[in-house]
Design a protein around this ligand. Structure first.
Ligand code: GDP
Length: 446
């Protein structure tokens, strides 16, 4: 277990709060605590994992709080750690932290506690990524996705594949000394079957990425249509507030207005786009450009028309832009509709009266591929993991198609390459830049 210099940071948010936590980790955090914490028991005699109540020295003041000692390697970082639980005033946390620094600790970098946990073998790289997801989570689905990674559930699956591949390598190794013609067909078939099984397991997992990443990152829904069809009214109806400005003057929504809701535990980001039409107005043109960009990155597009009038060339112009997207075609102003100009549309609503909005939300959920999705099952949410699996899949594909055609020792090169790709997920084979990039996403104190 590596024990490094003592690092310290405030681990809770920097705003007034009931309680805050300051952490120290490293070679000798207890020596620092001895000089800062006073209670009936001497700090050097502290039992690990037990909370002691006493006074914490903040330099020019004292606070009354708690101190706990985590003895490495049974600690978050794997090193010795101390936590002070103090009152959450900003001057208090700052004073206590400064005192830790004065007594020899160094201010921790972003994610440095977790990086030490990774380097000490306490957490895999994918588990650390799960932690970031949990810290940044805004919806239940994001918490679940983060927790799945954090608890090493993905890693368990990856390890199964790694151990299957290692077994195949051993099988090949046992046969490799024989000339090719002496290897029994049954043995070649066995190798092939085993490789196919691993490849299928990997494909099954990588196929979950599209929907899984929506569960984690939220679903982007863009509302499109010519001016005045009721896009802003729909956004307001969905958000249940008056975020988008609703007026009957065409071209009022000049930029993309956004709002977020959580539906069935998933975050949905809605974008009300500027009415897309030919315009000479520079500001409106910029809004229209942004609308087009929002459409490009949309998971679901709502194409909206005004049910009280016949389709116009403006409707067609917008439709041409969105027709190949994952589309829901909505007729609005259902409360005034007399003639059916829009047969074949998915639904009629009245954004103004709030009618049909609940059904529309359900349809969006389905269109995003989330209906029936098991948020407690195995699925991928990180592109990095997806790319590693795709690359492993690719190597296995090559290995499988080379069986009976190429010598067995050539096939092992592809199998080893697949193992390297799988190792990227746990971090075993990830390079330093990737590792640093991941920890830079953390906040200080974690
Ligand atoms: P946008 O330009 O597409 O964003 O359209 P707005 O949401 O600004 O609405 C344009 C006008 O249509 C406003 O006067 C709204 O009150 C009206 N409107 C929007 N939705 C409905 C609806 O469902 N029924 C009726 N009767 N009027 C609506």
């Amino acid at each position: 277990m590596i024990k490094e210099d003592n690092i310290a940071a405030i681990s809770t948010a920097s705003q007034p709060s009931g309680v805050a936590i300051i952490r120290i980790s490293g070679e000798s955090p207890l020596e620092i605590a001895e000089k800062m914490f006073h209670c009936k028991t001497d700090v050097k005699d502290f039992e690990p994992y037990k909370m002691y109540v006493g006074s914490i020295d903040g330099g020019n003041f004292k606070d009354f709080g708690m101190c706990v000692y985590f003895k490495g390697p049974k600690s978050y970082t794997g090193e010795d750690m101390v936590e002070f639980h103090c009152h959450g005033g900003q001057a208090i946390t700052r004073g206590i932290l400064e005192n830790c620094l004065k007594l020899g600790a160094r201010f921790a970098e972003r994610g440095e506690f977790t990086k030490r946990a990774f380097l000490n073998g306490k957490l895999s790289l994918s588990s650390c990524e799960g932690l970031i997801d949990m810290i940044n989570s805004q919806s239940v689905a994001e918490v679940k996705a983060g927790y799945y990674l954090y608890k090493e559930n993905l890693l368990k699956k990856i390890k199964e594949s790694q151990s299957d591949l290692t077994y195949v390598l051993a099988l090949i190794d046992a046969n490799i000394d024989y000339p090719e013609e002496d290897i029994e067909q049954a043995e070649l078939d066995d190798v092939k079957t085993r490789l196919e099984k691993v490849k299928n397991d990997i494909t099954k997992l990588s196929d979950t990425f599209n929907t899984g990443s929506r569960a984690k990152n939220g679903v982007n829904v863009v509302i499109c249509g010519k001016p005045n069809v009721g896009k802003s009214s729909l956004l307001n109806g969905i958000l249940c507030c008056d975020k988008a400005i609703v007026t009957s003057v065409e071209g009022t929504t000049r930029d993309v207005v956004e709002g977020t809701i959580e539906y069935n535990g998933v975050r949905f980001n809605f974008y009300d786009t500027a009415g897309i039409r030919e315009s000479d107005n520079t500001v409106e043109k910029m809004g229209i450009e942004r609308s087009k960009r929002a459409i490009d990155s949309a998971d679901v597009v709502i194409f909206m028309v005004d049910g009280t009038s016949k389709p116009t060339s403006d409707d067609k112009e917008v439709y041409e832009i969105v027709k190949d997207k994952n589309l829901i075609k909505v007729v609005n102003k259902g409360d005034l509709v007399k003639d059916d100009y829009y047969s074949g549309y998915d639904m009629t609503i009245s954004a103004k009266e709030g009618k049909g909005i609940a059904e529309l939300k359900e349809l969006i959920y389905e269109k995003a591929g989330l209906a029936g999705f098991n948020f407690d099952g195995d699925y991928l949410v990180e592109r990095r993991h997806y790319e590693a699996l795709k690359s492993a899949e690719n190597s296995l594909e090559k290995a499988i198609s080379a069986i009976s055609v190429m010598p067995l020792d050539i096939i092992t090169i592809d199998i080893r390459q697949a193992l390297l790709s799988l190792g990227l997920i746990s971090g075993e084979t990830a390079d330093e830049n990737v590792i640093n990039e991941i920890f830079a996403k953390f906040c200080v104190g974690k």
